[in-house]
Design a protein around this ligand. Sequence first.
Ligand code: ZN
Length: 576
Amino acid sequence: MRFSKLFGKTLRQAPAEAESISHQLLLRAGMIAQEAAGIYSYLPMGWRVLKKIENVIREEMDKAGGQELMLPVLQPFELWQQSGRYVSFGKSLFTLTDRKEHTLALGPTHEEVITDLVHRYVQSYRELPLLLYQIQTKLRDEPRPRGGLLRVREFIMKDLYSFDADEAGLDESYQSMCQAYSNIYARLGLPTMTVEADSGAIGGKDSHEFMVITETGEDEVIYCSNCDYAANTEKAQFAKTDKTNIPSEAKNLLPLEEVATPEAETIEEVAGFVGVPTSQTLKAVFYFADGEFVFVIIRGDLEVNETKLRNALKCSELRLATEGEVNEAGIVAGFASPIGVEGVRVVADDSITSGSNFVVGANKSGYHFKNANYPRDFQVNLMTDIALAQSGDSCPKCQGKLSSAKGIEVGHVFKLGISISEKFGASILDNDGKSRPIVMGCYGIGLGRLLAAIVEQSHDDKGIIWPLSVAPYQVYLCPLSLDKSAILPTAEKIYQELQKEGIEVLFDDRDDSPGVKFNDADLLGIPLRLTLSPRTLQSQSVEAKWRTEKEAPLLPLDNLAVQVKKLLDEAVSSQL
Ligand SMILES: [Zn+2]
């Protein structure tokens, strides 16, 4: 490709609206262009990278036994009613009405369509397992598109669905997909951490995410430095140890006692006033879950994890109640108590059982209770884990210390089980002739997100550093002083030879200064730069500089294409 003909301009400055590094660099490099919030065009350079990522993914899916197909973007809304998931997807699901007044959905994912399809074609366990996938555009009405390609409303995704006769089959499919994903990230030069994840709106059981750990990530992971435990913060658990250090023989349940706590409203104020650690207090938090008022109680030193709470309540909309709403429910905000509360659903975090003789509100302005103990003094409707794990907490597996890190999710796998196949009557006859629902899994990678994550992970202050496996071009051919005779004809000859050798070359045929050309070469992140100048021409050579190296050793012009090919091959094999 000749640079002078390339569509898409490099920019000196990143546009003001670009927040993340990948957003800035991809815009500056002329690889993407924004059309609206969360909607982007890929320009030729960016599209080349995307196609290479797509090919790596396709190869690994095929190797794992996947069969590629193509499902429609336009989906009958009835399928979403049948699965019930139009509720959990809520406003993220784009819908439209056609000329015959039929409602259609624009696919944010394809479990419904593919399960319905498999239901029509598969009858026997002998036809399973099946791994079906596509690489296709998805649409989701994200509430807050941001970060360039990191969170968008229209994106290309590889989604694979596995269909097995039983749980053991699903385990195998799941394992082979996890391995395929690891292969993909390795080939893209992208180190990832596998973490336990919440299955969110998709529903299902086991779920893992593949995270690129980087400061700019918007997800948070909690991991143990002592064992292999790692989880998305939405899902992460921790050991809720009794932090009061009260010897067990002293843990007599003392009689409930009302104490005046004037002007002490926050947990810290109350704990300080009474003279106990916050871990010996109980905190009340109030929510509306699908319109129902909910009283949540948790140990005072912990925070509520709203994802866990939403899952526990099986609700789709969850929001904090206002102070007015709390008072309307007959509760005194700031002095709230589960003791004596009536007609309100109470959900407790199981931390309220690690510790004893807690301080809790008396539901009376200016008063708290001392020595509150569950279940002696109050009842709850639901007791479960709804606490947020934080850095410094204890590992649920080994009691080691948990740390936290920011990450970008670049892949997500779910064991759906039979949650969707049951709704579509997708079943098979097993070898005893009995009908059983098909056991499903689903596995997604957003290609644009992956591309952006590579840039977040691999760049310097001059620009992008593409791994060879996905670089838009392998070689940046950079002749200098085009006005000097013999430079341009020699560069043209090198350009032809390299292409003949099957090397992808971006030929900077512009009559610009060395500074402009070198800056663009660095910004675009092309792995190997070949510079031809009057000086190198004198010694019948070019400078060969890797994007990541400082030195630029000379390569003789004689047989240049073969030498370059060898360099590239060596670099690829050392990367793998
Ligand atoms: Zn651990």
